[in-house]
Design a protein around this ligand. Structure first.
Ligand code: ASP
Length: 439
């Protein structure tokens, strides 16, 4: 039988009422057997997500040794949910035990992970399903990365013989036996891990939007809906700021060719967006699939005559950044010039100065300059490789909107064109490119 893993995001868990709709969705398809949940999210604009309440608990815990006052808000949220759902469970005892462990563990990751833990406990009772704690089946290696082999094996073994299972998203256990979380939004990754471990036929990711749009709807009114994306396109768009799905969710499912479908809990009849392997991908006829942007990058520009003939030049420049532990996003280059682009969070004054000094010593450039507050905009689509003139159209649209491209990088797969612009031109640039290709 086809088996689906369904992950429900924070807004799908926000209160008892929405959770009743979630139950209906799950029970309407007998292949929906493995459920992964996030912590309850915002119920209305201005509300606070449970995970953020828990980070506040940790702050209080650190300052005072307890977090009674911050935890009271978490308690109220969950007691309210259980009351609304009229469930026969002793939530007070579960919350007391959770609080006790939080004060005993005293770590940020453990505290933050409790939203998912508690939500999964409630969901399991609501569905009459088995609760499996992710700390018992998801493992990290010494280097902080997922220990995939052990994790897939343990999940597969844990679900054997069980009908329906609920897992909390967002966390696992590290080599020191401590709970460790993924980065924010990481329940998406848990869903993908479970999908791979049980060899699911599909990974459904239920959220509060009906899939991906060709660009951010806060920038362009009513942008076009994307029906299908390849894994690669999804990765590019998610990485560059389209925050429907955590970019790292691709890795576990990609190898097993498990499709991901983004669905809307509040409009379950909507088609959503399917993310599929390239082998099954049928282009929808658009040159561009989507456009996404991210602000706050730092660019170091280096010029040196005859740089191209100096063997090892690029390696020596990069070794300086490596020494400072700075991950690099892009390296656009010309004959006598190269630029290195990285996230500005790594460009604190002292580190940037060290990098500049280091590059001067290593390669003695003619010119070295730093550009800050740069936004990167990715225009993504498999259709771009087969149509001539895509970049000409893109740059014409930017020129007409009076936007200066500070850097340009085209991926070797011709799947994307990245342009760097001033932070303040980011939205204007996305809108100009969108209208060029979609209007
Ligand atoms: N609750 C966590 C967060 O807010 C993880 C998730 O929702 O996926 O980031």
């Amino acid at each position: 039988m086809a088996l689906k893993v369904c992950k429900f995001g924070g807004t799908s868990m926000a209160d008892g009422n929405v959770m009743k709709s979630v139950k209906k969705i799950i029970l309407s398809d007998p292949s929906r057997k493995y459920i992964v949940v996030s912590a309850p999210g915002k119920r209305f604009s201005g509300d606070i997500k449970v995970t953020d309440l828990l980070y506040a608990c940790y702050d209080e815990l650190k300052r005072t040794g307890n977090c009674l006052s911050s935890f009271a808000k978490v308690r109220t949220r969950f007691e309210g949910i259980v009351r609304e759902l009229n469930l026969d469970m002793d939530m007070t005892a579960i919350l007391d035990e959770t609080y006790r462990r939080m004060t005993e563990e005293q770590t940020e990751d453990f505290t933050a992970s409790r939203g998912e833990y508690l939500a999964a406990r409630v969901m399991a009772v609501l569905l009459g399903a088995t609760f499996i704690d992710s700390e018992d089946v998801i493992f990290f290696s010494e280097n902080g990365r997922l220990n995939s082999e052990k994790t897939f094996r343990c999940i597969a073994r844990a679900v054997e013989g069980l009908d329906m299972v609920v897992f909390p998203g967002f966390y696992g256990r590290d080599v020191h036996n401590k709970v460790k979380t993924f980065s924010r939004g990481g329940s998406d990754i848990t869903g993908a891990i479970v999908a791979r471990a049980v060899n699911a036929s599909m990974y459904e990711n239920w959220t509060d939007v009906s899939g991906f749009l060709a660009c951010d709807p806060r920038i362009v009114d009513n942008p076009r809906h994307i029906k299908t994306l390849s894994y690669k396109e999804l990765f590019e768009l998610s990485y560059m700021g389209a925050n429907v799905l955590h970019a790292d969710s691709i890795y576990p499912v990609r190898r097993a060719n498990i499709p991901i479908v983004i669905k809307n809990t509040f409009r379950p009849e909507d088609e959503g967006t399917s993310i599929i392997p390239m082998s099954q991908y049928k282009p929808e006829g658009n040159v561009v699939t989507g456009i996404a942007g991210k602000k706050n990058f730092t660019v170091i520009l280096i010029e040196k005559t005859h740089m191209n003939s100096e063997v090892g030049f690029v390696r020596r420049v990069l070794s300086v950044l490596e020494r400072e532990n700075i991950p690099i996003e892009h390296i656009p280059s010309g004959i006598d010039t190269m630029s290195v682009v990285f996230d500005s969070k790594y460009a604190e004054d002292y580190r940037l100065e060290k990098v500049i000094e280091g590059i001067k010593n290593e390669v003695e450039p003619d010119v070295i300059r730093v550009m800050e507050n740069v936004a990167l905009i990715a225009t993504v689509g498999h259709g771009m490789s087969s149509s001539i003139g895509t970049s000409a159209r893109l740059f014409k649209a930017m020129a007409q909107a009076n936007i200066n491209a500070k850097l340009i990088d085209q991926g070797s797969s011709e799947l994307n064109i990245i342009v760097g612009v001033k932070n303040e031109d980011c939205e204007k640039c996305i809108s100009a490119i969108y209208h060029e290709f979609f209007s």
